[in-house]
Design a protein around this ligand. Structure first.
Ligand code: CA
Length: 605
């Protein structure tokens, strides 16, 4: 009941913010044609200040780019339209909003450090995902500690740097040129006391992860280096640079994303993990990504979680055609595309595990979460280990290796360009003896200067998931879209608690987490099972199922070693994400398998 009360209060809080925009109200990003410091640029800035009452928030001089706050009362639409008419302006655009790319359910389950180190759950996770992608080959690699540890920038919600996994492995990046806490920007990089990264949300050196997402992503990156579920941990071969630009709700702005990307590259990161995205095209962000390419880094990006085809509905930054961007689809432990994952035979590169991934969460704990957010960091972690083996390798070649040394999976035909899933062991081993290619193709940003605001807005919310939800919510339209994303899991929680579960159950029900393949008619889908009894299961899937509909399921055992096939009927559904399926005509052999599986599992209270 207490939990219910908390959920409801959050609900009210978010409803209050329903008029939030998919871009920041009252802000624009402008790129000039003239060089910074030229008379034309001064003329423009002077006019913007005095005539338009625009306040300069930040400038990226080398890029000829400026971030302004508008005069009070002026709309972004009007300002962008006016600015585009200015002969000095190359482009003007809103400050778009982006979201993390985890599934809406967020964290599935959490565990303490003690549970992880004693329970079989960590072993299961290793069996399910680690073995698939060959992490043990990387862990036991004979290569020693690199002279210079590759730095992976985690552009995300922050990081609990005090978590013992990162502390014991000494995995947190340190800016050696900055003296902490002296209130001085010792290294002159524009950030005061940025000893271990930066928080772009509140402009501070504290990256505390008020969401949990960035800590989870960072643990996945480190899990390619070593077994993070066991103790003792050894010194890490890589460094993680936490750059917080997503707030506690997992939402961030283009301007802060750009700042984080420039910070990452300018401070030595060669691998950038981007488990976030949105459907609005930003020329400014496009240029920032191109800058990472010209700086020889690799830019790993989550493909998005709306189950859509990125070939026709691009997701940014994953869909920028910059040659060092590698766009990642999420797979299940059985190498199917996760039902929520975006795909794209032309624009998504590679599959990687992204369902029920166990990793670090704040306060020395662990948790499972799903999303392309979880799939991308396996690739980023592998790229970092490639860099351990081949310190001078360019990001472009790292991407090429990742796209050539993988596991072919027929189920991914037509879903990703490679028809393959990440194989960390193969890719890192290959890099040990690969000839270093110092060339990379040239790239120029070919943004559409005329791409207008209206077409971007019509494209829907800040993120693919949001868009799908917004389409079902006409009164809010695109404008409330980002908030809808935040709202959705809360609504589900509330509905679940309002409905009395007692009348659903005749059998004892157990908590379980295993994946399921679903056949409805001739359509095959994937999902997960969150509880099971001798009478039925609770299925979580992005696929739509009808109440009363027949479904055939291939349910994996908790350890993934076997599957049972069983048919049933959908008897209840909640917000189209969770379904109750009652078994029909269950053979005794199946019932006894379920009885075996559930022995010792926790009962659903
Ligand atoms: Ca500094």
């Amino acid at each position: 009941m207490l939990k219910f009360a908390i959920s409801l209060s959050y609900l009210i809080l978010y409803v209050g913010a329903v008029h939030a925009q998919q871009y920041v109200p009252g802000e624009v990003i402008v790129k000039l044609k003239s060089e910074s410091g030229s008379s034309d640029s001064y003329a423009f800035l002077g006019k913007a200040h005095s005539d338009k009452e625009m306040a300069l928030k930040e400038s990226w001089g080398k890029m000829k780019m400026y971030h302004f706050a508008l005069k009070k009362g002026q709309t972004v639409e009007q300002a962008v339209a006016d600015l585009k008419k200015d002969p000095n302006v190359l482009y003007a655009e809103p400050n778009y909003i982006f979201s993390k790319t985890t599934e809406q359910v967020g964290m599935h389950e959490t565990f303490s450090a003690e549970q992880i180190q004693t329970a079989s759950v960590s072993a299961q996770n290793y069996q399910a995902t680690g073995a698939n992608i060959g992490v043990q080959t990387v862990w036991t690699s004979t290569s020693g500690m690199p002279a210079v540890k590759p730095v992976v920038a985690v552009i995300d919600t922050g990081l609990d740097t005090t978590h013992y996994v990162f502390q014991d492995s000494q995995a947190i990046w340190t800016n050696d040129d900055e003296i902490p806490g002296n209130g001085i920007d010792d290294d002159g990089n524009g950030y005061v006391d940025d000893r271990h990264g930066w928080n772009f949300v509140d402009n501070s050196p504290t990256m505390y992860d008020d969401d949990g997402h960035g800590t989870h992503v960072s643990g996945i990156i480190l899990s390619i280096d070593q077994n993070i579920y066991a103790t003792p941990l050894r010194e890490s071969r890589i460094k993680i640079m936490p750059l917080k630009f997503l707030n506690g709700n997992g939402v961030g702005t283009t301007s802060n994303a750009i700042r984080a990307i420039y910070y990452a590259v300018n401070n030595g990161a060669t691998v950038l993990n981007n488990s976030w995205g949105g459907t609005s095209y930003s020329a400014a962000l496009h240029e920032a990504v191109a800058f990472t390419y010209n700086s020889k880094a690799i830019f790993v990006a989550a493909a998005g979680n709306s189950g859509m085809n990125n070939d026709s509905t691009p997701m940014y930054p994953a869909s920028y055609d910059v040659p060092n961007v590698i766009s990642i689809l999420a797979t299940t432990d059985y190498d199917y595309k996760a039902s929520f994952s975006n795909f794209g035979a032309q624009t998504v590169d590679l599959g990687s595990p992204g369902v029920f991934i166990l990793s670090t969460v704040p306060n020395d704990a662990f948790g499972t979460s799903s999303g392309t957010s979880m799939a991308a960091p396996f690739v980023a972690g592998t790229a970092a280990q490639i860099k351990v083996e081949a310190p001078t390798m360019l990001g472009y070649q790292m991407k090429t290796i990742l796209k050539q040394q993988y596991t072919a999976v027929s189920q991914l035909n037509g879903q990703v360009e490679t028809s393959g899933r990440l194989n960390s062991g193969l890719a890192v081993n290959f890099a040990k003896t690969a000839a270093i290619d110092t060339n990379q193709p040239g790239y120029t940003v070919n943004y559409s200067a005329d791409r207008d605001l209206a077409s971007n807005v019509a494209g829907g919310g800040g993120c693919g998931t949001v868009r799908a939800l917004a389409e079902k919510t006409p009164p809010w339209g695109g404008a409330g879209a980002v908030v809808v994303l935040l709202l959705a899991p809360i609504v589900v929680l509330v509905i679940m608690r309002l409905r009395a579960p007692a009348n659903r159950r005749k059998h004892e029900r157990f908590k379980i987490h295993s994946d399921v393949r679903l056949m409805v008619g001739d359509k095959e889908m994937v999902g997960s099972i969150s509880s099971i009894s001798l009478g039925g299961v609770q299925v979580n899937t992005s696929a739509l199922m009808q109440d009363g509909g027949l479904v055939t399921m291939a349910i994996a055992s908790p350890d993934g070693s076997e599957r049972i096939e069983v048919s049933g009927r959908v008897v209840w559904s909640e917000a189209n994400k969770a379904y109750g399926v009652q078994f029909a005509q269950t053979p005794q052999s199946v019932l006894s398998r379920i009885a075996d599986w559930t022995r010792g599992l926790q009962k659903v209270s």
